[in-house]
Design a protein around this ligand. Structure first.
Ligand code: PEP
Ligand code: MN
Length: 337
């Protein structure tokens, strides 16, 4: 950590910072520049409190050298993380996760799972618990939906990705899920993140719709710091001034995350654009930008879907998209998983 003193700081103010740091058990080295002094602080015990340093007379700024997300940072692990899940893996290729927004009924879910498996897609998404903006919208089938997911998993062997809304329901969702999804509205639900830190299942952590990269990585740090190292980040669009699509899908975040963290990052162009016709081009763009996976809403009959039909691909559209992704992946020397 570097404490930058302002140009008018007195030698007494500099000494006061040094004394305080040493009192707290840190080492502090004064560096005299041409116009001002900076103090390099090496934490020996705990982290020095940045906010209280900023309040000391003569202090202009306090700069962190190591990020606060110390397990999530690439500095902690230079190799990218990858996890084996349900006969496939996340990390090391581009993994397709597809399925309806919500679990609606057993036969449609089963039909979708069969369709996906026949094409080599090994992970099925579908929400039993749905966090809806309006309390009057379809809220998901809850436990009944979980049961259906469990049956489809058992009968077909497909891996299940489904959302968990609160800490109390983690054990129920864990029983049927291969990946636990945390939705955009819950990215900063800290009790939930802490609870997921004790889970043995990988967590798909969606970016909050107004979250900075640092807030998102710190949310992931909550899970890793609890002992669960299997976190997958998911960009799903953010709120900006743009109103031509449901969200602004921030693909520029992919190389940024890869520079800052070892965690895999996947992209959800369905919620990111909100419209089925925009989904295929943004899937291809995400693949080209280096995404480790894609989360795509697919429904056998989007017009009659109980949620997010407008952004869901039907089977034929998914099939076209999937073959275009295969061709693009070949050109990019990336494996579709
Ligand atoms: C979903 O994946 O169905 C969902 C609710 O997504 P988000 O949390 O990104 O809105
Ligand atoms: Mn949805």
């Amino acid at each position: 950590m570097i404490v930058v003193m302002n140009a008018a700081a007195t030698p007494q103010q500099v000494q006061a910072v040094v004394d305080r740091m040493r009192l707290l058990g840190h080492s502090a080295q004064v560096i005299q520049g041409a116009t001002r002094v900076v103090i390099a602080v090496s934490p020996n015990r705990g982290a020095p409190v940045r906010e209280s340093l900023l309040m000391m007379p003569g202090v202009e700024d306090v700069l962190r050298i190591t990020p606060e997300y110390k397990l999530v940072t690439r500095q902690a692990q230079p190799e990218p993380s990858s996890y084996a899940i349900a006969g496939t893996c996340i990390g090391g290729g581009c993994t397709i996760i597809a399925g309806p927004c919500s679990v609606e009924n057993e036969s449609a879910l089963f039909e979708t799972a069969q369709f996906m498996l026949a094409r080599g897609v090994r992970l099925l998404r579908a929400g039993a618990y749905k966090p809806r903006t309006s309390p009057y919208s379809f809220q998901g089938l809850g436990e009944r939906g979980l049961e259906m997911l469990g049956k489809v998993r058992e009968r077909t062997g497909i891996g299940i990705v489904t959302e968990v809304l609160d800490a109390d329901s983690v054990p129920r969702v864990e029983a049927v899920a291969d990946i636990l999804q945390v939705g955009t509205r819950n990215m900063q639900n800290y009790p939930l993140l802490r609870r997921l830190g004790h889970s043995r299942k990988p967590v798909l952590l969606k970016r909050g719709m107004a979250a900075t990269v640092e807030e998102w990585l710190l949310a992931a740090e909550y899970i890793l710091s609890g002992g669960n190292r299997q976190v997958i980040l998911c960009e799903r669009g953010i709120r900006t001034i743009a109103d031509h699509a449901r969200s602004t899908l921030d693909l520029s975040v992919i190389p940024v995350i890869k520079r800052l963290s070892h965690l895999p990052i996947i992209v959800d162009p369905s919620h990111g654009t909100g419209r089925a016709e925009y989904v295929p081009p943004m899937c291809r763009a995400a693949l080209a930008a280096g995404a480790d996976g894609l989360l795509i809403e697919v429904h056998p009959d989007p017009v009659n879907a109980l949620s997010d039909g407008q952004q869901s691909l039907d089977f034929a559209a998914f099939e076209d998209l999937y073959s275009s992704l295969q061709r693009l992946a070949e050109a990019l020397h990336v494996r579709i998983l």
